[in-house]
Design a protein around this ligand. Sequence first.
Ligand code: TXA
Ligand code: MG
Length: 349
Amino acid sequence: MENKPDVTLRLSADSPEDIRTAGELLRAGGLVALPTETVYGLAADALNPVAVSRIFTAKGRPSDNPLIVHIADLAELGTLCAAVPDAAVLLAARFWPGPLTLVLPRRDLVPGAVTAGLPTVAVRLPASQAARAVIQAAGTPLAAPSANRSGTPSPTTAAHVWHDLNGRVDAIVDGGPCAVGIESTILDLSGDKPRLLRPGGVTQAELEEPLGPVEVDPAVLGPLSPENAPRAPGMKYRHYAPRAPVYLLRGPSGAAAVWVRNHAQPGAAVLCFDGERALFEGVTRVSYGPENDPSSLALNLFDALRRLDRPDVTVIYARCPEGDGLYEAVRNRLGKAAGFRQVTVAGYR
Ligand code: TXA
Ligand code: MG
């Protein structure tokens, strides 16, 4: 199979025959994009290093950024991981299937291409029925990063995947829009203390309830200093970003609107909350949900960023919600898109 098939097959998650086809393509070393509850993934047989290397080519992904391995059955965790601590068993029982990825010591059978040479492997058992059906049809664990071109916003619909990867992958399984909209929470359980590497659908408080305190990796909250080597290598790259520079715009709606009116040049656009559309009248704007509804913000964020990726938009001011839980994950993705650059406004002028 070539790195760039001429034709990308469209498959439906509702068709058992299409699921079988996806499984066959994957067993043969092919690349298949598939829906999960978080975002669409670009899957290959995790135990086939040649197939895995095609993922990096198709995405344009740096080879030092490791992949998450997706399983359909809890028993496979022990096949992939050299040690499964009690904390992992506890969390798997509580949050799997679901949007939680666990980083654990790897067994030798996991190719270095998947883990970027790290001694650990990231594993997740997705909630999406379609994802699990494809894993089962393939009969092997699937390595799957988000199914976007490296650096662009993650795909939450089959159309997003088609836009980025048509002609570069063998098939796309369409399962409709994703339910969560941002990627899984990543928790590293390979060290002394549990460490949050990426906030997501399972919140820090939900993890701490059974585990006790969880350390938050510095890369979650702000830019990394050069001497601070990232624990999740992907954290050092700019991510989720349209071509135009993004700035977080924090503070109350009214003050933000005044700031934009005073500072926005032609070509400026605003990613705003639903209730703010009238405030930003006259400026290109895309809203991504009500400010008080973090699930909606998570669900719509990447689609909204993609809609702002237009030639006439030269700078994007992104309204950034405050709060913890899922807000943390939304803020993290916006922060990455902005390289953590931000403007904070206070009060009206
Ligand atoms: O929700 C998700 O997790 C989606 C869907 C498709 O499952 N996948 C996803 O994959 O977001 P990706 O490649 O876009 O992000 C994987 C992240 C990267 O930041 C990578 O550095 C980190 O996981 N990662 C993978 N293996 C790791 C490891 N052994 N140690 C630390 N971080 C790891
Ligand atoms: Mg990604």
